[in-house]
Design a protein around this ligand. Structure first.
Ligand code: FE2
Length: 291
């Protein structure tokens, strides 16, 4: 029998300054390290003013995580220690497995009218994969399947499976669902999600009601919702529609030790990562079986 997921928590994303002074909104992150397991962080970097984001995210290391960056408008120029260089624009996706270590930079560029925007989701790596080789991929907007999941419910499926479709990103280790959902006004949407997965929604346009009869919430631009157990996410719109990111993944339930851009399982692993970064052996340190 179908069980509609209720609302476990709802809150507004918070203004945060990151990188070299980029003003963004953080839906969740360091303070709730395990609350959204297997996800660690979701940043919303939509902004109307180049002065708020131009300084970007100059060269910095990552280890132990994967990141998925989804652009709405403007561009982000990327470069990394593996020699990749790329620019992603509206509707494009970039994902990166930091694994044992990557050093990269991400520099936002204004689109029309000076605006720039998108989202970055951090998916944790299980302990068994924290030190895997790093990798980096890009997917152009045209490769992202767009389909209706019921009348008036448009999905752009970035990763995972929904409605018999597969997203183009298939090798994120935690195999998450990541979908951009637009629901027309006066519409009820029903989105099936594996009951073994934790699910969240981040709204970035319009408003809607989400949840079930015993726990219902009104979501607006900037609301982050964590759903309770069940196998369906239900969304109902009124006079205006809604657009949100829907993410789901199987929780890892492992200890999280987090310092800045590096997320491991123990403090000792963090100390080792930073020591390697300082000594210049971050990319070429001892192999996994020596750790
Ligand atoms: Fe980064």
């Amino acid at each position: 029998m179908t069980q509609i997921r209720g609302i476990q928590s709802i809150k507004a994303s918070q203004p945060t300054i990151e990188g070299a002074g980029v003003r963004l909104r953080r839906a969740f992150g360091f303070r709730e390290a395990t609350a959204f397991d297997p996800f660690l962080l979701l940043d919303d970097f939509r902004g109307p003013d180049p002065a708020h984001y131009e300084a970007g995210f100059p060269w910095h290391p990552h280890r132990g995580i994967e990141t998925i960056t989804y652009m709405l408008e403007g561009q982000v120029e990327h470069g990394d220690s593996l020699g990749h260089r790329g620019v992603i624009g509206a509707g494009d996706v970039q994902w990166m497995t930091a694994g044992r270590g990557i050093i990269h930079q991400e520099m936002p560029k204004a689109g029309e009218g000076g605006r720039m925007g998108g989202f970055q989701l951090w998916a944790n790596l299980p302990a068994s994969h924290k030190m895997m080789p790093p990798r980096y991929r890009e997917v152009a907007a045209a490769q992202i399947p767009r389909f209706e999941q019921g009348k008036g419910v448009e999905c752009r499926l970035i990763a995972g499976q929904l409605g018999g479709e597969h997203g183009p990103i298939q090798d994120v280790v935690t195999a998450p669902l990541f979908v951009d959902v637009t629901v027309a006004p006066e519409t009820s949407a029903s989105l099936p999600i594996d009951s073994a997965m934790e699910a969240l929604a981040y709204t970035f346009e319009g408003r809607a009601e989400m949840g079930n009869a015993s726990s219902l919430a009104t979501v607006v631009d900037g609301s982050i919702v964590r759903f309770g157990p069940g196998d369906v996410v239900s969304v109902r719109t009124g006079k205006v529609g809604v657009r949100f990111l829907l993410c789901a993944g199987r929780p890892l339930r492992e200890p999280v030790s987090w310092r800045g851009p590096i997320v491991m399982n123990t403090e000792e692993e963090l100390d080792r990562a930073f020591a390697e970064y300082r000594s210049g052996t971050f990319m070429s340190g001892p192999p996994q079986d020596a750790l």
